[in-house]
Ligand binder design. Structure first.
Ligand code: C2E
Ligand code: MG
Ligand code: MG
Length: 697
């Protein structure tokens, strides 16, 4: 750091010395100048005295003698007299020598006689005096010849003063030497004192300043070190704070990233189905909306496919939700795999999927896509240990023909899907405007059906079940018949699916069960004894936790014994193994017989039958219809018969229309028959009439 005190001391010392020197010099010069001026004034006064007293008497002589030689001038008696008078006049004054020059510069008188005759015409002082002005100078002489004799070490002021005559003209020059040695000695002494005093004061000032500067320097030093400390401290703090901020920043970044991840998870959850990871209905609608706008601008077509898994509910109910969930995931995977990246497969809920296919060109192309989609479901799905067969039903709508909005397109695709459902599993339909009418009609049917159950618009037909070889009546199947107030008779193929979908089937089924049991008990009382009645039971009914109570209550209510009731369950019920198994078991223990309806059309593996408390297998009429025409169907019938026998199950074939079919079945080993060959379903009265006599016969 800049050393303040050192620089200050050096500089101020130098300045003080210079100032002291300059001050001293000026003081001395001024004093000398004053001294000279004073001496000159005195010399001028002395000259005036000389001029007034001696010049009138000796002036003439001196002017005149100027032309003579020096020796004679020196020895002249006037010179001796003049000398005596001058010496007397100068006594007790400071004047130590006096000289007189004539206008030519010749020394005409000198108190030192040896100098008489000397020429001073070239002297500057003389020339100046000749010009009318006095001129003085201070000189120092080591030795000097004064009036009193030889003197040594003298400080002298010599003045050349003009001597003016009466008219004021300059007639000569007077030179006086004044001894100022004591003055000068005194002057020098005071100068030393003053210089000493000034130096002492300046020295004190210097010391005071030095002390102040030292102190300031120390303060500055301390402040600097404090500043450095503070700086270091600040540095450390800044570093620490920076680290803290960096850490905070890092953790903030972490938080931000976490929040972003959470937000994107949330967004994903909000827009995706958590089970399959596919977009949900909301996201699908958005994408469809965007696609519609694109198609509107580009003039393209797009297809909305509504996909519903067949029998999924049965699988879910029978094998459990874990299996159901896995199956949905696998199905979603297959659907997604088949689609193009630009297409969207979404799961709005349940066992339904919707699919958006952009850039299609008409129905044939879309049909191919749908066929491909259905084919995806060909290979079985492996879930745990189960090899599950699954199919789907697809309904399709096209933009712009089948609708120009998200709602219209999805609704119409769904309508088409329901229509396809009616055509059986693994089917597809394209939307047609009349389907909307159908859907509307469905709604009407549903309302009417509910009313009919309450108001008694339903009745039962009975179709005989016969022992082939003897033609004896062994039982009858009760089949629901409904005549709608507005639409007239409606086939079960139409209203049963609606009842199943809407849940109406539970009440409907209970009514059928009660009515069939009541009818049998009534016939008993009338003396017409039908050995037993078969009642169709929907999976929805079996699902109900109070099924056993309801059946028990109906039997108790009607007084029919359990062994005369057979419940026909489809394979979808059989698939509901988990919980339904115990229900079926209990029904069987109650004495009720169980039959598998439409056997062979579903997907249940034959091995299931072993586990189930089944009494009878009902060969579906589709196989019976194939007798004589389809070796495959015939083979199936033989296999089913063999299997049922090996399992100790009874058999019955339905849909037997011809004697040939009856004969084939008898040959194969199935003797119980149901079909138009032995009788169409008939109302109770007609049935009894038809069979009371025949049975009697
Ligand atoms: P399903 O249980 O297989 O009933 C047999 C169906 O085959 C009846 O049709 C019957 O009329 C018909 N059928 C009988 N013999 C022949 C024949 O020789 N040839 C032909 N082509 N068909 C014959 P329906 O009455 O129209 O019933 C259709 C289905 O509706 C039934 O099939 C059954 O699954 C369901 N269903 C009917 N009533 C009820 C009911 O009360 N409850 C439940 N859950 N389902 C019912
Ligand atoms: Mg049936
Ligand atoms: Mg059947």
């Amino acid at each position: 750091m800049f050393n303040l005190s050192r620089y200050f001391s050096t500089l101020s010392l130098a300045l003080i010395l210079v100032a002291g020197g300059v001050l001293g010099y000026f003081y001395y010069s001024l004093s000398v100048a004053q001294l000279v001026a004073m001496a000159e004034d005195r010399n001028v006064a002395m000259t005036q005295v000389f001029r007034n007293t001696l010049w009138p008497r000796y002036g003439e002589f001196l002017r005149r003698e100027g032309a003579r030689d020096a020796g004679s001038l020196r020895n002249a008696p006037e010179t001796a007299r003049l000398h005596a008078e001058v010496t007397a006049q100068m006594r007790d004054t400071e004047v130590v020598k006096a000289k007189v020059y004539n206008r030519a510069g010749l020394t005409v008188y000198s108190s030192d006689a040896r100098q008489i005759g000397e020429d001073k015409g070239a002297n500057a002082g003389f020339r100046r005096a000749l010009g009318g002005h006095a001129a003085s100078e201070l000189t120092h002489r080591n030795s000097f010849d004064a009036f009193e004799g030889a003197l040594s070490d003298l400080d002298l002021i010599s003045s050349y003063v003009p001597i003016r005559g009466e008219g004021g003209a300059i007639e000569g020059v007077f030179e006086l030497y004044q001894d100022v040695t004591p003055f000068l000695a005194y002057l020098r002494q005071t100068l030393w004192w003053i210089a000493g005093g000034v130096l002492a004061i300046l020295g004190l000032l210097y010391l005071a300043q030095f002390a102040v500067v030292r102190r300031a320097h120390a303060i500055l030093d301390r402040q600097e070190s404090e500043l450095q400390d503070a700086n270091r401290d600040l540095d450390a703090r800044v570093r620490l704070r920076t680290r803290e901020l960096e850490e905070a920043n890092r953790s903030l970044e972490g938080e931000v990233a976490e929040r972003r991840a959470a937000e994107s998870r949330l967004d994903h959850l909000a827009r995706h189905d958590p089970l399959t990871g596919l977009p949900n209905r909301f996201a699908f609608d958005e994408k469809l909306d965007a696609a519609i706008r694109r198609a509107e601008q580009g003039g393209g077509q797009l297809a909305v496919l509504f996909i519903d898994l067949d029998r999924f509910k049965a699988i879910n109910d029978s094998l459990g939700h874990a299996v159901g969930d896995e199956l949905l995931r696998l199905a979603a995977g297959r659907l997604a795999r088949q689609m193009q990246p630009a297409d969207v497969v979404a799961r709005p809920g349940g066992d339904e999927f919707v699919c958006l296919v952009e850039g299609v060109h008409g129905i044939p192309e879309t049909q191919a896509i749908v066929a491909e989609m259905l084919a995806q479901f060909g290979p079985p799905f492996l879930v745990g240990d189960n090899d599950l067969m699954l199919s789907a039903t697809v309904g399709a709508s096209l933009f712009p023909g089948d609708g120009r909005t998200v709602d219209a397109l999805v609704r119409n695709a769904e309508t088409a899907m329901y229509r396809a459902k009616a055509a059986g599993p693994n089917a597809s339909r394209f939307y047609e405007p009349e389907m909307t009418a159908y859907a509307t009609e469905r709604l009407r049917l549903e309302r009417q059906l509910r009313r009919s159950i309450v108001e008694g618009g339903l009745r039962l037909d009975y179709q005989p079940q016969v022992d082939g070889p003897t033609g004896r009546l062994i039982g009858a199947e009760a089949l629901a018949r409904w005549t709608c107030e507005e639409l007239g008779p409606v086939s079960p193929a139409r209203f049963i699916p609606i009842a199943e979908e809407t849940g109406i089937i539970v009440d409907l089924g209970e009514w059928v069960l009660r009515e069939a049991c009541r009818q049998l008990a009534a016939w008993d009382l009338e003396g017409f004894r039908l050995p037993k009645v078969s009642v169709n039971v929907s999976v929805r009914q079996v699902e109900r936790p109070d099924i056993l109570d309801r059946v028990g209550a109906i039997l108790a209510e009607t007084g029919l014994t359990a062994d005369r009731l057979e419940l026909e369950i489809t394979e979808s019920v059989i698939m509901a193994v988990d919980e339904t198994l115990s229900v079926l078991e209990k029904l069987r223990r109650m004495g009720i017989r169980l039959a598998v309806d439409d056997f062979g059309t579903g997907y249940s593996s034959l091995s299931y039958l072993k586990m189930l408390p089944i009494g009878r297998v009902k060969i579906d009429r589709a196989f019976v219809a194939g007798i004589g025409r389809s070796p495959g169907d015939e083979a199936i019938i033989r296999t089913v018969v063999t299997l049922a026998r090996s399992l100790g199950l009874e058999l019955i074939a339905e849909g037997v229309e011809t004697p040939a079919q009856a004969e084939f079945l008898a040959h194969a080993g199935c003797v119980a028959l149901q079909g138009y060959l032995h009788g169409r379903p008939l109302p109770a009265g007609a049935f009894r009439e038809s069979w009371a006599t025949r049975d009697a016969a």
